[in-house]
Design a protein around this ligand. Structure first.
Ligand SMILES: *Cc1c(COP(=O)(O)O)cnc(C)c1O
Length: 374
């Protein structure tokens, strides 16, 4: 029998929206038109640049759009290859395909669940143009190793930091270390604008190219009205979305702290079980977007999800290897990716999950993986 009322549902994630975001959004709806129609967008970009420590930012309608425009700005196109990890959300690979380039999938490391630098090196050909480093679930790619490979072979290193708000590699924030970085503010992410994204870079020339692309090919110095100089994109964030984002950015430390508190709660509860969780190697900070358990041995994941469901708790499976989807060539030799997909589960992780709710979720994991509850 279900002991909890329906209102007691534990969502796998949901945004944290306060009076601040509501106030800004109301102001944008009421007043953010005419000459004020870009005010919140410009403020949002400025606040995010400050947070990240980068020179340039362009707010977009999604991370997918930010990746698409950034890769186009780097000149990635037909005949080029881009190397990325096999186990990933589809959004990371889609822009590569839309640009007519070829995604080259490689296996991940068993500890970080992120792209294996040795596998990257082995996959480089004369057509390779870029490495896409996706920081999965807040975990960081080995950026030093990837940057060294990129330098050695003259490749662009791109960061998909959509899941890595709050993560830092030896003092540098995720998303600030590559040729460009992309962020997402979808409703499930650490900070949200409903839907939204951001392109960031320290490269002045790349910024100018992407800015032109982002404005349907109209250069900012162009004096003729409605004069696109090339085919561009329309992936803009609205002022109302940016207003919500400004509220979120003023609270970003609190929101990241909430994610870290939830992770630490699970870690304490699940101590001693035969499983691993998101790593935080020395010198790094993990934003812990999504606390994830990886069992040391295969377990009946569907049964655990069913157990969650019976208690009104959302469970979420780890991403599938992209190579297991019908659009890509099967890569059975990517053993780490395939094993991860079978042995793992994301746990609910919204910022203000209570200790009692964390214990309730953990209790099911403990029963399922075999230790008697404390
Ligand atoms: C969410 C996500 C995206 C896509 O973000 P959108 O804003 O939905 O386009 C891309 N990459 C990663 C790693 C993500 O988690």
């Amino acid at each position: 029998m279900n002991a909890h009322a329906p209102s007691d549902r534990i969502y796998y994630t949901k945004p944290s929206i306060s009076a601040l975001e509501i106030g800004y959004a109301n102001d944008a709806v009421a007043n953010g038109w005419g000459e004020r129609c870009y005010e919140y967008i410009e403020r949002f970009e400025r606040l995010f640049k400050q947070h990240l420590g980068v020179r340039h930012a362009i707010a977009t309608s999604s991370a997918t759009g930010a990746l698409h425009m950034g890769m186009a700005g780097l000149g990635i196109g037909p005949g080029d290859e881009v190397i990325l990890a096999d186990i990933n959300w589809i959004a990371s690979v889609v822009p590569i395909v839309h640009l007519g380039a070829k995604p080259v999938l490689v296996d991940v490391l068993p500890d970080s669940w992120c792209i294996d630098p040795a596998a990257v090196e082995a996959a480089i050909t004369s057509r390779t143009k870029a490495i896409l480093a996706v920081h999965l679930y807040g975990n960081l790619c080995d950026i030093d190793a990837l940057a060294a490979i990129a330098d050695r072979h003259g490749l662009h290193l791109i960061e998909d930091a959509a899941e890595a708000i709050g993560s830092a590699w030896h003092g540098r924030r995720a998303g600030s270390m590559g040729a460009f970085g992309a962020f997402s503010f979808h409703g499930t992410k650490t900070i949200t604008t409903g839907e939204g994204g951001l392109f960031v870079t320290d490269d002045d020339a790349l910024y100018e190219r992407v800015l032109t692309l982002s404005n349907h090919g109209r250069a900012r110095g162009e004096t003729r009205q409605f004069w696109p100089e090339r085919i561009g994109f329309k992936y803009k964030m609205s002022n109302v979305q940016a207003a919500i984002g400004c509220g979120q950015l003023e609270r970003i430390d609190e929101l990241i702290a909430g994610k870290r508190r939830v992770f630490e709660g699970y870690r304490t509860e699940l101590e001693g079980l035969p499983l691993r969780m998101n790593p935080e190697p020395a010198g790094t900070v993990n934003g812990y977007w999504m606390p994830t358990i990886v069992a040391d041995a295969p377990f009946d994941r569907e049964a655990l999800i069913a157990r969650f469901k019976a208690d009104n708790i959302d469970g979420r499976v780890f991403f599938w290897p992209l190579s297991s989807l019908p659009m890509f060539d099967h890569q059975p030799q990517h053993h780490v990716s395939h094993a991860l997909a079978r042995c793992s589960l994301n746990l609910p992780s919204y910022h203000d999950l209570t200790c009692a709710q964390i214990a309730r979720v953990a209790g099911h994991v403990i029963k399922h993986l075999g230790r008697s509850p404390r």
